[in-house]
Design a protein around this ligand. Structure first.
Ligand code: UDX
Length: 469
């Protein structure tokens, strides 16, 4: 099918490259001429595993092309996917100006019956607004659908090709059928063999195709992100309780995650969530609720817990080092999560800024982040490897759980540090191995020492630990 994607960002490019890989003819339109040129030359503006290969392959095969000219991109499209940024403009209000500009371009150039598919995260009622802007601009309607993306950075290609579900919001069932046709190989899990090989293990059976109303589809997207963020804040709150009262959050997560009603995912305690979606979307949903006088208390609390969690590093440094001024601290990892070079709303930025304010000298290493954002220029000095960053440090902080940090030679790490303090903000290292290497190891929500000597009490006794704790 002939498809158009408006917006060559993360969501747009993954959508376009994957749809081209499925055999569709996809034209991507972006207002940034430089980006269009670089994409046509096979250069991606960000890192996303597997995406470059798909982009280059699609482009070479003539199934994927990039344009600044909206007319060229849209004039033959059976469906046009809107994948443009919807940032917050303060006070929890969502800025849909790029989305409206994209809508007007589609209204102007798309052929009759082209399905306008919004994939940008936008408030309930936006599909209705898109429909009315189309009518106003074109003098005639076009069908509109909402098809939220659930792509996580670092696994976006896999998330697209092997999703847990596809959600479609439409006013007419026939419009859902267009999307069903576009996504057919994904829905049937009938992908070309080379993709199946690249994806490795994927679930079997048809992908659930959820057809609902446009506002419900819009809310599903916000609710999914908010729920995941709440889950992480929940386990971080349990971590805080464990730190004060006893218990190991890592084992608590395993213990509750085995309950099928809870499940094991998104229960990894750490120094808080970040990235381009969770922080923005949770604030936006809370803001939307407020416009109707509703207080979204759980969303607000999740945010507050997250803000508090980002102060964990400074708090622990003070506990273990006392005065911080003049101390040298090494930050291992800056990206908001491994597998990406993205620093948008990364805990690292806030942590580094706070430590610099306390006159801490900061050295950092990240395998992928090479260019510092303006707010970290002059605040953090970059090193070429983790040991180099740790040399002479009074503390090492694991900020991002890059796999390579789990492979560090801990004895060597200890030998280059001035004070052997490791704050493991992602509970990545094995505490026993770290302590055996002579490091003072502090994890999030993990006991500072093993506080139950063997044989201290009889675990088979129904009385439990007794009164001596
Ligand atoms: C998220 C959603 O997963 C995705 O569906 C949506 O489309 C965009 O937002 P992303 O921001 O790429 O994707 O990252 P994700 O892997 O979901 O992690 C979000 C944040 O939560 C990261 O900062 C991560 O470090 C943190 N996190 C996640 C935890 O601290 N603990 C966990 O157990 C899981």
């Amino acid at each position: 099918m002939e498809l158009a994607v408006v917006g060559g960002g993360h969501v747009g490019l993954v959508t376009a490259a994957c749809l081209a890989e499925l055999g569709h003819r996809v034209r991507v339109q972006d207002v940034d001429g430089g980006r269009v040129e670089r994409l046509s030359a096979g250069e991606l503006p960000f890192h996303e595993p597997g995406l470059k290969e798909l982009t280059v392959r699609g482009h070479r095969a003539g199934r994927l092309s990039f344009h600044t000219d909206a007319e060229v991109a849209l004039k033959r499209a059976t469906a046009a996917f809107l994948c443009v940024p919807t940032p917050n403009n303060g006070g929890g209000r969502v800025d849909v100006s790029s989305l409206m500009a994209a809508t007007r371009a589609v209204a102007r150039y798309a052929p009759p019956d082209c399905l306008v598919v919004n994939r940008s995260t936008a408030p309930m009622g936006t599909a209705r607004l898109i429909a009315s802007v189309v009518c106003e601009q074109r003098g005639a309607p076009l069908p509109v659908a909402v098809n939220p993306e659930f792509l996580a950075e670092g696994t976006a290609v896999r998330d697209f090709l092997a999703p847990d579900r596809l959600v479609v919001g439409v006013w007419e069932e026939a419009h859902a059928q267009v999307l069903r046709r576009i996504y057919k190989p994904i829905l049937r899990r009938d992908l070309p063999p080379h993709l199946v090989r690249d994806l490795g293990e994927v679930p079997t059976g048809d992908v659930p195709f959820v057809v609902t109303s446009p506002p419900t589809a819009e809310l599903i997207k916000y609710a999914a992100n908010a729920f995941l963020a709440v889950r992480v804040s929940f386990i971080n709150e349990i971590a805080r309780i464990a730190e004060e009262l006893g218990g190991d959050v890592y084992e608590v997560a395993q213990g509750i995650g085995l309950d099928h009603r809870i499940g094991p995912h998104f229960l990894h305690a750490g120094i808080g969530w970040g990235g381009s979606c969770f922080p923005k979307d949770i604030v936006a949903l809370e803001g939307m609720a407020r416009t109707r006088g509703l207080e979204a208390r759980i969303l607000r609390a999740a945010n507050e817990v997250n803000a508090e969690q980002r102060r964990w590093v400074a708090r622990k440094l003070r506990t273990h080092l006392g005065t911080l001024a003049g101390r040298r601290v090494a930050l291992l990892g800056l990206a908001y999560k491994p597998g990406t070079d993205d620093l948008r709303d990364a805990p690292s930025v806030e942590i580094a800024t706070e430590l610099a304010r306390l006159s801490v000298r900061l050295q950092a290493y990240d395998p992928m982040v090479k260019d510092l954002p303006a707010e970290l220029e002059g605040v953090v000095e970059m090193s070429s490897d983790p040991l180099d960053a740790a040399r002479g440090a009074d503390a090492v902080v694991i900020v991002t759980e890059w796999a390579e940090f789990a492979q560090l030679d801990l004895a060597e790490l200890r030998s280059v540090m001035s004070v052997p303090l490791v704050l493991d903000g992602r509970n990545l290292l094995d505490p026993v191995a770290a302590r055996a290497a002579g490091l003072t190891y502090v994890g999030v929500g993990r006991p500072a020492f093993v506080d139950i000597p063997e044989g201290r009490w009889d675990t088979t006794s129904a009385d439990g630990p007794g009164g001596d704790l």
